[in-house]
Design a protein around this ligand. Structure first.
Ligand code: ZN
Length: 561
């Protein structure tokens, strides 16, 4: 209360009030931290976080029991995927403004899928094709907290590390100093711009990569039980006509699909912290850490088996070590933990456990839609293409149709899809983005809990990138057939099991508390900007939340609920 009450008193002409015993030494505001660590746990939705919360003993327990916990955190938008989710966390903007609607989109001219962080001008430092081709931050049409600190003139350094390129890039923004992600059989890699040298770019992780290589050469990595409680979750399931045993060791082991991935990523974060002396320079430094293991394991084996149990308990342990390492930062760091999206278990196990509405999407939907459109428009080809996120309308040779014709077919497709029992909502991109239609007119700082499906879809809609037709299936429906050894469960829906995520702030001396009013991941960056004394761009979507210890109440023009 110290600074806040003294400011209020000063404005009332009672400047001496600051010297009264009320403003005790104990209420001295905490200096702004010199290091911001933002941790995004890929696919760690609120459901999963709360389910395992009583079992955590390490870093996740520290954050959850000592931190400022927002129990109703949201990724507010509809397309709850990794790229858009990560793009909201440090930009303060919804995906419709970050320009990252989905993980990929279809380029309408070439009909090629475009990866969210594709940059064909670059190469990869490892010399290979990578998982997603050459990448870079340029397709994101927004700046991050690290960019704002740099623009403000501070000698800020920004580092990002992840199991996936997109996790590290989105958190680091446009001007990251070192952005690294794990690549199997190589170690941590990055992109190389024309004129840059791969070896120089990899220098901050070169010793780490050599260490990992030597470790795996001395003893082949593997994955077996460490927690007996997890073994009890074993089971056998029928998926896509195949029998699959959920147990450890996994049938096909890979480092990047095991708890080792996050352990390596946190080791890389620790390496950057130590070797770059983050938080010990003249400015505020930013370290983004995106932990991909929970997502890989969620997709491959679901969320309710022994694999996820082992993953989360080991992540908890590794995070505990990492948080202890942060104690070496003078004055301590401020840590934020959140997620890019949630998720759910694979529908076969969900259905067996009392969620009979859980199921897989109707694979005939697209062909039935195209058959109806062929008849209606007397076409000799299928006009609608599905890219995994939405539906596009094309001509007979894959060409872009004249606008009037494209709209006619899109409107007819929407009308047909509205009759489908498994479809909860369907809109054309124009409906979601045209200012005169009304769907896009959101109240300022709308409660993420109360957004309509159309409003959620609007927050994901990007003209020129999003599909022509945005579709939401009923809750409990998992897209795709489910393949043992491939993807069993997924996320990406408009529903809260995919949207709701933990948002926790933690710093040395924080008063543990739980706040229940709903906030969104877009509120993280404006909140951090406020305590660090930088202004976010004018068009930022998020709000500032009061982190009381720092004596920096949110500016009056930003509403604090
Ligand atoms: Zn993800």
């Amino acid at each position: 209360m110290g600074v806040r009450s003294s400011l209020a008193a000063a404005s009332a002409g009672l400047a001496l009030a600051a010297l009264t015993p009320m403003a005790s030494a104990a209420a001295e505001p905490k200096p702004a931290p010199r290091l911001v660590v933002v941790i995004a746990v890929d696919q760690l939705g609120s459901n999963l976080f709360n389910q395992y919360r009583p079992q955590f003993t390490g870093g996740l327990k520290t954050l959850a029991s000592e931190g400022l916990v927002y129990a109703n955190g949201f990724q507010a938008h509809a397309n709850s995927e990794t790229c858009p989710g990560h793009s909201t966390i440090l930009t303060g903007k919804h995906p419709n403004k970050t320009g990252i609607p989905t993980n990929d989109w279809l380029d309408r001219d070439s009909r090629q899928l475009v990866y969210c962080f594709r940059n064909t001008a670059n190469t990869l430092a490892d010399g290979g094709p990578g998982d997603n081709g050459p990448v870079g931050p340029e397709q994101m049409r927004a700046t991050t907290l690290g960019d704002w600190l740099k623009a403000a003139g501070g000698p800020t350094r920004v580092y990002g590390v992840s199991g996936k390129d997109r996790g590290a890039i989105a958190l680091s923004g446009q001007k990251g100093d070192g952005v690294f992600w794990y690549l199997r059989n190589f170690g941590f890699t990055t992109w190389v711009e024309p004129g840059q040298n791969a070896e120089t770019r990899l220098a901050p992780v070169a010793a780490l990569n050599a260490r990992i290589k030597a470790r795996f050469a001395a003893e082949a990595p593997g994955w077996t039980y460490r927690h007996d409680a997890c073994r009890k979750l074993e089971g056998e399931y029928q998926i896509g006509g195949q029998t699959w045993k959920s147990a450890l060791p996994p049938q096909r082991f890979a480092v990047e699909n095991s708890p080792l991935l996050d352990e390596l990523t946190l080791e890389a974060a620790q390496t950057l912290l130590t070797e770059q002396k983050l938080g010990q320079g003249a400015g505020v430094d930013v370290l983004g850490v995106s932990l991909s293991g929970t997502d890989r394991i969620g997709h491959g084996t679901g969320t309710q088996g022994p694999e996820m149990c082992e993953q989360l308990l080991r992540l908890d342990e590794a995070l505990g070590v990492f948080l202890t390492g942060l104690k070496s930062v003078p004055g301590g760091a401020i840590v934020v933990l959140t997620a890019d999206h949630g998720g759910s278990d694979f529908p076969e196990r969900s259905a067996a456990r009392g969620f009979p509405h859980a199921g897989r999407s109707d694979l005939t939907l697209l062909s039935r839609l195209n058959a109806n459109l062929r008849t209606q428009f007397k076409l000799a080809y299928d006009p609608v293409v599905f890219d995994g996120n939405g539906l596009y309308v094309f001509g007979d040779k894959g060409q872009i149709l004249p606008e009037k014709r494209r709209r006619q077919i899109a409107d007819a497709a929407v009308a047909l899809l509205r009759e489908e029992p498994s479809v909860a909502a369907v809109h054309t991109l124009e409906e979601l983005t045209a200012p005169d239609v009304g769907l896009s007119s959101l109240p300022q700082w709308a409660n993420p809990e109360e957004l309509t499906l159309a409003q959620r879809m609007t927050l994901s809609a990007v003209q020129g990138r999003s599909a022509d037709i945005q579709i939401a299936l009923n809750p409990g429906i998992t897209l795709g057939p489910g393949r043992v050894g491939g993807t069993l469960s997924s996320h990406g829906s408009v529903w809260d099991y995919d949207r709701k995520v933990p948002i926790i702030f933690w710093w040395p001396g924080v008063t543990p508390q739980e706040r229940f009013y709903p906030i969104s991941t877009i509120d993280i960056a404006p909140t951090l900007a406020n305590i660090l004394g930088v202004w976010p761009p004018e068009d930022v979507d998020g709000r500032c939340m009061d982190l009381s210890d720092f004596g920096t109440p949110c500016p009056r023009k930003i509403v604090t609920p």
